[in-house]
Design a protein around this ligand. Structure first.
Ligand code: F6P
Length: 326
């Protein structure tokens, strides 16, 4: 049995397509179970400021297909302080919120873990980030949509790269995680992916050059994960210009376009399943877990594990890219 009568829900950190579908699923599952649900605006900032409103089933109508987040999002410095979290706890008490569902990435779920422990609040996380860097779930909400955006962009870049016989370094997001670069490269047929996970052990760029970069082709596309460890697309292009002036090089930084747009079917399904599971987790008495889907099964991952362990990339995929781009 549970003693939850009102669940608070917020989205925090970088938004990701599918967050709205998750909000809808949480709100409707809670209401279906006779529990009130309150939407907290602007993430932890709104929790501190008391920006809260009751959500009805109709409030979450017509949002499953929309990118962004109807609850808005923010990164809150104040929530990192004990005073900030105390004010947030006061809002929870004042609003009669007994449990919290947090949709966000590693920073947001770290905040949830600390807050839940300090104030003995049942909190459940839903992985919402395009980076796909949370441990314990195969996919995070927004990752699939971002991948599709990358593929669409690279398809277009390939047309001009091939016409002008150029090398393009295309920088994708990921904040020190290479999933978008790696699988974006496979899906777009790029010649290589440069990712931070192996930057310390392998000179990927050096390898790329020695294994005959452009030896069989007149144009190349290299996906580069944004990170100091990879040098970024600009850094790599500068290196080519310096060391191989015979190549015609261009850079495209995809940037925030990757965070927007209508979520793919895969992200809507993921968000809907996870949103329902988050409420069920609270009703079952689970606390301080992140909902995940691994091998197509719903799992509850302790928050500390989800944020603390690094999710490994499959090194074989780099080999796949190499073989398929000969
Ligand atoms: O974590 C999501 C993400 O999009 C990262 O891939 C990127 O590094 C970061 O957020 C960008 O953050 P901001 O929108 O604050 O510039």
């Amino acid at each position: 049995m549970h003693n939850i009568s009102c669940i608070g829900i917020l989205t925090s950190g970088g938004d990701s397509p599918g967050m709205n579908a998750a909000i809808r699923a949480v709100a409707r599952t809670a209401i279906f179970n006779g529990i009130a649900v309150k939407g907290i605006m602007r993430g932890y900032k709104g929790l501190i400021a008391g920006e809260v409103r009751l959500l009805t089933t109709r409030d979450v109508s017509n949002i499953i297909q929309q990118g962004g987040t109807m609850l808005k999002s923010a990164r809150s410095e104040e929530f990192r302080t004990a005073e900030g979290r105390q004010r947030a706890a006061e809002t929870m008490r004042r609003e009669g919120i007994d449990a919290l569902v947090v949709i966000g990435g590693d920073g947001s779920l770290s905040g949830a873990r600390i807050f839940a422990a300090e104030y003995d609040i049942p909190a459940v996380g839903i992985p919402g980030t395009i980076d796909n860097d949370l441990y314990g779930t195969d996919m995070t909400i927004g990752y699939d949509t971002a991948l599709n955006t990358i593929v669409e962009a690279v398809d277009k870049i390939r047309d001009t790269a091939s016409s002008h016989e150029r090398i393009f370094f295309v920088e994708v997001m990921g904040r020190d995680a290479g999933f978008l670069a790696l699988y974006g490269a496979v899906a777009s047929g790029a010649e290589a992916a440069i990712i931070p996970e192996i930057a310390a052990e392998t000179d990927q760029f050096g390898e790329l050059l020695t294994t005959g970069f452009r030896s069989t082709k007149n144009s190349s596309i290299v996906l580069v994960a944004e990170s100091e460890l990879t040098g970024g697309a600009i850094g790599l292009a500068e290196r080519v210009r310096r060391e191989y002036p015979q190549y015609d090089v261009r850079v495209t930084i995809l940037g925030h376009i990757q965070r927007g747009g209508s979520p793919t079917a895969a992200d809507r399904i993921l968000a809907s399943r996870m949103g329902e599971a988050a409420v069920n987790a609270l009703l079952e008495g689970q606390r301080n877990v992140m909902v995940g889907i691994a091998d197509d099964r719903l799992v509850y991952v302790p928050l500390v594990k989800a944020i603390g362990k690094s999710k490994l990339i499959d090194h074989n995929v780099l080999e796949t890219i190499k073989i398929l781009s000969i």
